[in-house]
Design a protein around this ligand. Sequence first.
Ligand code: SF4
Length: 241
Amino acid sequence: MDETVFANSESYAGDSSAQSVLRWSLERFHPQIALATNLQDAVLIHMAREIRPDVRVFSLDTGRLPEETYEFADEIRRVLGVAVKWFFPDTVAVERLETEKGLFSFRESLEDRRNCCAIRKVEPLRRALHGLRAWVTGMRREESVTRHGLELVETDRAHGGIVKVNPLADWTQEDVNRYTAEHGLPVNRLLERSYTSIGCACCTRPVSEGEDARAGRWWWEEPEHKECGLHLFDQKESEGG
Ligand code: SF4
């Protein structure tokens, strides 16, 4: 793999295996690095803890997550012994949003949907990343058209140029399933019911065979809009995590 040089002068020159990328990032940046769990599977958490048992793990509680996701988070705590650090949206911002626009404003327009994601996801993520030099995501290229250009290691321009590490960028869902089975890891029960990408309950549905993994996210929108604003692609802010 060619050496990847970042704006903040950090670089990665190792091979492209998920374990190698993750090991490099944790050895280089811990404790100023944290892993953002998608609360779908436990692959990255398990892999990271094999390298650093004290790895920092966080997630965003939007207030609208499915019951199965909360149960899975609790399973991670009980079975794997990992205390996920939670970040909640600003209370006043959510109170204002729901009072002024109702509980389902995100279905009214793309702008309203982005606004809800900005309050419930983007702003809490900024706080979660404050003071970090790097973070780890579970994003994969095959998930949707918005992620085809994903790199293993990137500069995160949306968050001050810190390093964003995507160890599973070239993994398929089959790879995730295989790793999960080999290590006897728990999964979010929604994955057993044709959900392939899990977000807020009100903005996620199961997918049909042949659909993109993220087709069930904001299913009423065009595919190129299916991001929540947590990630930058092609050097411009995406619309929508
Ligand atoms: S996924 Fe839906 S409910 Fe969740 S923050 Fe975005 S718009 Fe709001």
